[in-house]
Design a protein around this ligand. Structure first.
Ligand SMILES: O=C(O)CCC(=O)C(=O)O
Ligand SMILES: [Fe+2]
Length: 356
């Protein structure tokens, strides 16, 4: 099986660094904050004029850094708080209770609980120690109440409640990206996520994830010094909406290999580009690697970190290939075999659940 780094990471870096050196820049080092209030309201009610300067700002940020914070995005943060609260209730239950909801075979069943050590995102080092647990709601329409912990009443409803708002902002971002690339049809990306308009669609392959980076006993000697909360990886699908709490530890990799902190900003959503969007855009938008480090202070103060993520992925049967001309230095994108979105998730999930 191809590893992620063979397929995307390494070749991507070499091409990007060559290009950056040629252009005399190694990328911007800060993650911009973008105010989405000009796009307030329902996606369907927006007209072209309102996208205005936001197209350049957001597009450029995704080109240079691969990440932006968005504020005034229209997602009700009380609903996110509610999810964090319910998730905390679930994660602090006994292992026996949580394991009742474990993915039966995580390589092919993607909905449910994953405990410590079940999934590894670190592309380079599969035997790393990644200290986290999570509950995934993947393929919404296929799972009903019984697939959610009965010990946490209202858990499924809490996800369902934020989905329309997340889709609304997701569609706005996808349209912005289409406009930045000057696509003939700037709704192409929105159309490739048909579930956003029809939530009963069986092809849905987007995913909610609640993450719990459990607290460590102060100075626990069994935790190796190179342990990490979430290993270095690039996300898999189109774009990711990340709602992190205020604890911190998330870091984003610059083109020169150094890391910058994605400091939590109250009320914001941190949005990043994922691999299929990188391919679609022939590398114009960067699926930037990131990780969650254990801060030094965490080793002594015993703090949990929580995040909630909406991974926006194309419909499972969608075939992704570049829809723009490849910029100089990025011709390698044209040589890649077009990817059926579902096959891509399948391959990456098999990789994440395989220890070697
Ligand atoms: O928890 C976070 O802040 C990031 C987690 C992450 O990058 C992921 O699960 O893909
Ligand atoms: Fe990620």
């Amino acid at each position: 099986m191809l590893s992620l780094s063979q397929n995307f990471g390494l070749s991507w870096y070499i091409a990007k660094i060559k290009f950056a050196i040629k252009m005399g820049s190694l990328g911007d080092s800060t993650i911009p904050v973008v105010d989405l209030s000009p796009l307030a309201g329902k996606y369907e009610d927006l007209n072209d004029a309102v996208f205005g300067q936001l197209v350049e700002k957001v597009g450029q940020a995704f080109n240079e850094v691969g990440f932006v914070y968005i504020v005034n995005h229209g997602v009700d943060m009380d609903k996110i708080e509610h999810i964090h609260k319910l998730s905390k209730g679930f994660f602090t239950m006994s292992a026996a209770t949580k394991n009742k909801y474990k993915k039966p075979n995580a390589a092919i069943n993607w909905h449910g609980y994953s405990g410590p050590g079940d999934e590894f995102l670190n592309e380079a080092e599969k035997n790393s120690t990644e200290l986290r647990e999570m509950f995934d709601a993947w393929g919404f329409e296929q799972f009903d109440e019984k697939h959610f912990p009965t010990e946490v009443p209202g858990y499924k409803d809490a996800f369902d409640a934020v989905r329309p708002e997340c889709n609304n902002v997701g569609k706005k971002l996808l349209r912005l990206l289409g406009k930045y690339l000057h696509l003939d049809d700037d709704e192409l990306f929105v159309k490739a996520h048909s579930f956003m308009n029809n939530p009963t669609k069986i092809r849905t392959h987007s995913q909610f994830r609640t993450l719990h980076y459990y607290p460590m006993e102060p100075n626990d000697p069994s935790i190796p010094p190179n342990a990490i909360r979430c290993g270095e990886h690039a996300d898999w699908g189109t774009i990711t909406l990340l709602f992190q709490d205020m604890v911190g530890g998330l870091e984003v990799k610059r083109l020169d290999g150094s890391w910058i902190e994605a400091t939590p900003i109250e009320g914001s959503i941190l949005v990043n580009i994922a691999q299929l969007m990188e391919l679609w855009s022939a590398g114009i938008f960067r699926a930037t690697p990131h990780r969650v480090r254990i801060l030094d202070v965490e080793r002594i103060r015993k703090t949990a970190r929580q995040s909630f993520i909406y991974f926006i992925n194309p419909d499972g049967d969608y075939v992704v290939k570049p829809v723009v001309k490849c910029p100089p230095g990025d011709e390698e994108y044209l040589e890649r075999t077009p990817i059926v979105a579902y096959d891509h998730y399948l391959r990456l999930m098999a990789d994440a659940t395989l220890r070697y």
